[in-house]
Design a protein around this ligand. Structure first.
Ligand code: PRP
Length: 213
C-alpha cells in the first residue's frame, strides 16, 4: 500500500513523536491543537519540498552569491473545516505569505457522505494552485469533494495533506483525482464499521475544539 503512486508517507522522528501524543486518548484539547499545528508545519515542509525554484543573487556581509529561492509566490493554503484549521495554523507559520481558503464540509455520521456548508477561495487560487489540509482521510468522501470544489474554483495544481489516512481513503482520492499527490504522517490499518480510522486518533474536529460527536 505504501507503494501507491502519489502517496507520500512522511518519515521523521519529530513527526512520529508528535503523532504518538496526538493519537493518545488522554491528550486534552489545548495540547491536541498545539500538536496539530506543529504537525501541520512539518507536513507543509514535506509537501512543498519540490516547489519550483530559481536562482537569485544574494549579498551576504562578505560577498555575493547565487542562491536557490522559490520561483513564484506561495500556493494558497486551504483548510477543510473544521479540523483542517488545526493544521492550517502550522502551515501559516512556514508559509506566512500564502493566501488562505476554506472549504466547510461535514460528514453525515450514518451515510458517511459529506455535505458542504461554505466555500471561500482567494483569487490567487487560479494562478498559484493550492495545498488542502484535513487531518483525516477516512472513506475519502470529504477529500474527493474538497479537491473537486477547489478545482472548480480554478486551481491548476493541488496537493492534499493529512495526518492519518485509511487505505480506503487513499484509493478513493487517488482514483477520483490522480493528479493530486497525498502527503500523510501515517497510513493506518483500516476503517471500522462507523467509518473511523483504526487505530486513528478519534474525531480530530471534536478533539481539537472540545465538542462531542
Ligand atoms: C472529518 C475529518 C474529515 C472527514 C473524513 O470531518 O476531519 O473532514 O471527517 O472522513 P471521510 O474521509 O470519510 O470523508 P467531519 O465531517 O467530522 O467534520 P469536522 O472536521 O467539522 O469535525
Amino acid at each position: 500500500m505504501t507503494g501507491v503512486p502519489g502517496l507520500h508517507v512522511a518519515d521523521h522522528a519529530l513527526l512520529s513523536h508528535r503523532l504518538a501524543a496526538l493519537r493518545d486518548v488522554a491528550t486534552p484539547s489545548p495540547r491536541f491543537r498545539r500538536l496539530l499545528a506543529e504537525i501541520g508545519a512539518i507536513l507543509t515542509m514535506e509537501a512543498t519540498r519540490d516547489l519550483p525554484t530559481g536562482m537569485m543573487k544574494v549579498t551576504t556581509p562578505l560577498t555575493t552569491m547565487d542562491h536557490r529561492v522559490l520561483a513564484g509566490p506561495e500556493p494558497v493554503l486551504v483548510a477543510v473545516l473544521r479540523a483542517g484549521l488545526g493544521l492550517l495554523d502550522g502551515a501559516m507559520q512556514v508559509m506566512p505569505d500564502a493566501p488562505v481558503g476554506h472549504v466547510g464540509l461535514v460528514r453525515d455520521e450514518h451515510t458517511l457522505k459529506p455535505s458542504q456548508y461554505m466555500l471561500r477561495m482567494p483569487p490567487e487560487v487560479t494562478t498559484r494552485g493550492a495545498i488542502l489540509f484535513d487531518p483525516m482521510l477516512a472513506t475519502g468522501g470529504s477529500a474527493v469533494a474538497a479537491v473537486q470544489r477547489v478545482k472548480e474554483a480554478g486551481a491548476p495544481r493541488l496537493r492534499f495533506v493529512c495526518v492519518v489516512a485509511a487505505p480506503e481513503g487513499v484509493l478513493a482520492l487517488r482514483a477520483a483525482h490522480p493528479d493530486v499527490p497525498i502527503y500523510t504522517a501515517a497510513l493506518d490499518e483500516r476503517l471500522n464499521e462507523r467509518g473511523f480510522i483504526v487505530p486513528g486518533l478519534g474525531d480530530a474536529g471534536d478533539r481539537c475544539f472540545g465538542t462531542e460527536g
